[in-house]
Ligand binder design. Structure first.
Ligand SMILES: NC(=O)c1ccc[n+]([C@@H]2O[C@H](COP(=O)([O-])OP(=O)(O)OC[C@H]3O[C@@H](n4cnc5c(N)ncnc54)[C@H](OP(=O)(O)O)[C@@H]3O)[C@@H](O)[C@H]2O)c1
Length: 326
């Protein structure tokens, strides 16, 4: 296939692109800054913030993988950062979708990133793709992001997002909006020592200072980067993957278990707990949603599709980090 990848310069994209090339696909990375993309990889430029986009970049494209968006956990959620997080996803998705709708021969498949933040704070309740959306900023972003895959005229994505309050409505709205099979990959926390959340935790854990966050009872739904990439490849080729797909390992774990497994994997002791109050004071609302809230989410669609996880057990994955056996 000829595959257009946005966000190909990011944590997931930099591992995805070589994988797609190794499978014999042709890849073009759509980027705001071509110097961020590894040499030798075909690039095209765009800028979702200004609407800059060459529509002919879709000519001959069989599939689009859309990973671009301002990092949700990179900076404190000030008003302007929240706007950047939301707009970068909605604007970029709408640009792609309207170009796909206008293309003479639209791509066969659109694989668009989303996140398990869609479900909000799940508490102890297990959530799958049939569960509705929750409260909070991350959930609002995911609803708007997924709903922006449908073009509903001048009222814009916010209206579409609130109209598509449930998963089923979001999926059917998408089916109506895009002449292409569309899978929303709701990623959990993607783990690899080379980047993302794990790379941010490693320095403290290597010093034996990594402790549970708050009570440590909150659930985390994670996936190894290798499995996240395999899920993207699966979504490209498997027609059964349509609408929302949770990209998480089968068993969510509590933050305290994650902490113990990571410390043990590095051969270090568990550090002192980090009080929730301190996290909220430093990171504000972002701490409440991303660090202290629960995400107990399971991959029902992937499991039913027969997807095989290389790292089904996240505790084992973390415990083997030190030995390099993961
Ligand atoms: N990693 C995770 O644990 C995780 C979990 C849940 C969901 N996700 C979602 O999966 C997608 C990929 O994740 P990732 O970790 O690979 O992200 P990442 O490393 O932050 O990379 C995202 C890419 O988006 C582009 N980008 C950044 N800011 C942008 C902006 N303001 N406007 C438009 N494009 C912008 C950049 O590409 P260029 O500079 O080349 O344009 C960047 O390489 C993201 O949308 C993320 O929200 C990730």
């Amino acid at each position: 296939m000829r595959i257009l990848v946005t966000g190909g310069s990011g944590f997931i994209g930099t591992a995805l692109v070589p994988r797609l090339l190794s499978l014999g696909h042709e890849v073009v990375v759509l980027t705001r800054k071509s110097s961020r993309v590894a040499p030798g990889i075909a690039v095209a430029s765009w800028d979702p913030a200004t609407g800059k986009f060459q529509r002919d970049v879709l000519a001959g494209v069989d599939a689009v993988v859309h990973l671009a968006g301002a990092g949700i956990a990179d900076k404190r959620w000030t008003n302007s950062r929240r706007a950047a997080i939301l707009n970068s996803r909605v604007d970029s998705t709408r640009l792609l979708v309207s170009a796909m709708q206008e293309a003479g021969t639209p791509p066969q498949v659109f694989v668009s990133a989303s996140a398990i933040g869609f479900y909000g704070d799940t508490g102890d309740d297990v959530h799958d793709e049939t569960s509705g959306s929750g409260d909070g900023f991350a959930a609002e972003v995911c609803r708007a992001w997924e709903a922006s895959a449908t073009v509903r005229g001048p009222a814009g994505a916010a209206e579409a997002a609130s109209a598509a309050a449930s998963t089923a409505e979001a999926a059917s709205a998408t089916a109506a909006g895009v002449p292409t099979r569309t899978a929303f990959l709701r990623f959990g926390t993607v783990l690899d020592p080379a980047g993302g959340a794990l790379a941010r935790m490693l320095p403290l854990f290597r010093l034996g200072l990594g402790g549970r966050l708050g009570s440590g009872r909150q659930w985390m739904s994670c996936i190894s980067r290798e499995d996240a990439i395999a899920a993207i490849v699966e979504a490209l080729g498997n027609e059964a993957l349509n609408g929302p797909v949770n990209v998480v390992a089968p068993d969510p774990i509590r933050n305290a278990d994650f902490t113990r497994a990571l410390a043990s994997g590095l051969g270090k002791r568990v550090g002192p707990p980090v009080p929730g109050l301190a996290l909220r004071a430093v990171y504000g609302r972002m701490a409440k949603e991303l660090l202290l809230g629960s995400s107990r989410v399971v991959p029902r669609v992937l499991t039913e599709a027969g997807f095989e996880f290389r790292h089904p057990d996240i505790v084992a994955y973390l415990e083997q980090l030190h030995s390099g056996r993961q």
